[in-house]
Design a protein around this ligand. Structure first.
Ligand SMILES: NC(=O)c1ccc[n+]([C@@H]2O[C@H](COP(=O)([O-])OP(=O)(O)OC[C@H]3O[C@@H](n4cnc5c(N)ncnc54)[C@H](OP(=O)(O)O)[C@@H]3O)[C@@H](O)[C@H]2O)c1
Length: 213
């Protein structure tokens, strides 16, 4: 199946951390939109505001329906705000697709970890998907999808990404358990897509190494 043969007409999709035009999140949003979904572009940093607006405009120019919501998904309040604004803007009671793409922090090994750096990485990669599902699940009908963007770093044991890899492993574990919890009780599927290195939005390696932390 090619990416453009899905029938997502009228489905509402929230893609966290999708405000940078060359990032994985913006590409996912654009693809979901091409297949008919209404998409929510989410960002957190003020510095990314104009880029997020640009992502949504570009989707609208191609005939899609997109809105932008600034929210910190690593807090319960931010996740609730994202869900509320999504429902308000699209005038719907449903959220059909959540893509947990946001990830914060910078690369470092365990010896460089600080309380703050651990908090940033774990709160965006592990806590955020939990807070967002708590806010969104009451509005997700049977057949809805939650997709976590993982990383091969969860399995490779790379020294320079020890903390990030550990957080992605915790996220993988959540996927397995939530697939059981939400699949059985509510008919919501939960999956992880684990990319290898991808040239990210602020890649400084000239595309050689990807931007995976
Ligand atoms: N690029 C790679 O090589 C690669 C490989 C494997 C997996 N991945 C995964 O793919 C995903 C996207 O990676 P990427 O490289 O395209 O982009 P990225 O540079 O990791 O950017 C992710 C986005 O997350 C957003 N974000 C951070 N904290 C947030 C928060 N608290 N609330 C809402 N948004 C927040 C940031 O928004 P602001 O711009 O507003 O700060 C940022 O634009 C990540 O989960 C990453 O771990 C990437």
């Amino acid at each position: 199946m090619t990416p453009d043969t899905l029938d997502l007409n009228g489905k509402v999709a929230v893609i966290t951390g999708s405000g940078k035009e060359t990032g994985i999140g913006a590409c996912i949003a654009s693809t979901l939109s091409r297949n008919g979904a209404f998409v929510v572009i989410n960002y957190v940093s003020h510095a990314s505001a104009s880029r997020a607006t640009g992502v949504a405009e570009s989707i609208r120019e191609q005939g899609g329906k997109a809105t932008v919501v600034q929210a910190d998904v690593s807090t319960p309040e931010g996740s609730k705000e994202l869900v509320k604004k999504t429902l308000d803007v699209f005038g719907t009671g449903n959220i059909d697709i959540i893509v947990n793409n946001a990830a914060g922090g910078t690369p470092h090994g365990a010896l460089q970890a600080t309380r703050d750096s651990l908090d940033t990485i774990f709160s965006t990669i592990v806590y955020a998907p939990i807070f967002l599902l708590q806010a969104a699940v009451p509005h997700m009908p049977r057949g809805s999808r939650i997709i976590n963007i993982g990383s091969i770093a969860s399995k490779l044991g790379m020294a320079s990404t020890a903390i990030y890899g550990a957080a992605k492993t915790a996220q993988d574990s959540l996927t397995y358990s939530l697939a059981m919890e939400l699949g059985r009780s509510r008919g919501i599927t939960v999956n992880t897509v684990s990319p290898g290195p991808v040239v990210g939005p602020d890649d400084k390696s000239g595309g050689k190494a990807g931007n995976d932390r």
